[in-house]
Design a protein around this ligand. Structure first.
Ligand code: SAM
Ligand code: SF4
Length: 335
């Protein structure tokens, strides 16, 4: 192991400044692409990080160069002590952001503001109430939609995450883009990714090329602008002329962005995942609880990171269920 460099720089020279922390494995929705119908075995409460432990681990990451923390889950806001965790993390010198299904965000607007949260990503996979119900197995479309409007009205920067599934919601690509005509949000189309128990297959995925073909069938090429992507951005950004918002495509399957990956993940039960697609994990929580130096665990996890999608560097490998089914369900990783 190279001990001269920052513990968050991997063997390919990638510096990791972005930590995604999952607060819980629980959720008030049951999205089909995220979790199996029968649910997942939940970790016993004693195995989950407490608010204090989340802070301690996050602080160590920030001390070594993390500048952005995003809270996720499961649904991060269903955790009862979410306000305490937000307030603690807000004291760290790092940007704090959150990814949520927005069902209860109306109760959090003032807490978000006190904690300096500006960027909120909201999942919404259909603009049709019945389809929303089908994909989430719950009837909350109106609530989620109203809360997106509320967040925008309150001045938050909102990104709407849409996982596209062929013959299910790919007929809504243009409806979602039209949402950006008056609403200053970024709609992000996400390629459906394989995880344990989510019935993935390549035929269900809508690729970047297919999305752009649909766009160009509706909008004249001259009206579609390719926008600048932020550094380390996982998405390719576009805007329609004179629309207040924009849209983007996250193509982890057909065009992985591993070269510029700066992300690490911490699961609710205190495991570091060095890649979304990795089935191996590093137990930083046990190290913390037994009084060990957690920087060693963090450094080892970072050094073990592979170059592309945890070794699934081709579509053929990604298609092999043997390789991706050893990974957790997305609900227990946090996206
Ligand atoms: N509950 C919150 C939410 O839904 O936004 C946060 C957790 S969720 C696991 C985080 C993100 O992962 C969501 O944007 C969701 O759409 C995305 N996601 C879940 N399963 C996915 C899959 N199989 N492929 C692509 N994205 C997925
Ligand atoms: Fe819950 Fe988010 Fe997964 Fe849907 S995508 S089941 S809202 S964690």
């Amino acid at each position: 192991m190279n001990t001269n460099q920052n513990i968050l720089t991997d063997t390919f020279g990638r510096a990791h400044q972005y930590l995604r922390i999952s607060l819980t494995e629980r959720c008030n929705l049951r999205c089909t692409y995220c979790m199996p119908a029968e649910g997942i075995p939940l970790s016993p409460k004693s195995h989950l990080m407490t608010a204090e432990e989340i802070y301690e681990i996050a602080k160590t990451f920030v001390d070594h160069g993390v500048t952005k923390i995003r809270l996720t889950g499961g649904e991060p806001l269903v955790r009862k002590d979410a306000p305490v965790i937000l307030e603690k993390l807000a004291t760290l010198p790092a940007e704090l952001a959150i990814t949520t299904n927005a069902i209860i965000v109306d109760k959090y607007v003032s807490i978000f503001k006190t904690c300096g949260i500006k960027n909120i990503n909201v999942s919404l996979d259909s603009l049709d109430r019945e389809k929303f119900k089908q994909i989430t197995r719950r009837d909350y479309f109106e609530k989620v939609y109203a809360n997106i409007l509320l967040l925008v009205a309150e001045g938050f920067k909102v990104k709407v995450n849409v996982v596209l599934i062929k013959n299910f919601n790919d007929d809504e690509i243009i409806d979602f883009i039209n949402l950006t005509k008056e609403l200053p949000v970024v709609v992000r189309f996400i390629e459906f990714m394989p995880f344990d128990g989510n019935q993935w297959n390549l035929k269900k995925m809508v690729s970047l090329d297919e999305i752009m073909n649909t766009v160009f069938k509706t909008f004249p090429a001259l009206d579609v602008a390719r926008l600048e992507d932020a550094s380390n951005d996982t998405s390719k950004n576009y805007g329609i002329k004179n629309y207040k918002g924009s849209f983007a495509i996250i193509s982890s399957v057909t065009n992985p962005f591993c070269d510029s990956c700066n992300r690490l993940r911490l699961t609710a039960n205190g495991q570091i995942k060095n890649c979304l697609f990795s089935s191996s994990e590093s137990d930083v929580l046990s190290a913390l609880r037994s009084g060990k130096d957690i920087t060693t665990v963090i450094q080892k996890a970072v050094q073990a990171k592979l170059k592309v999608r945890s070794g699934m560097n081709t579509l053929e490998k990604l298609k092999n269920p043997e390789l991706h089914s050893k990974n957790r369900s997305m609900i227990a990783i946090g996206g």
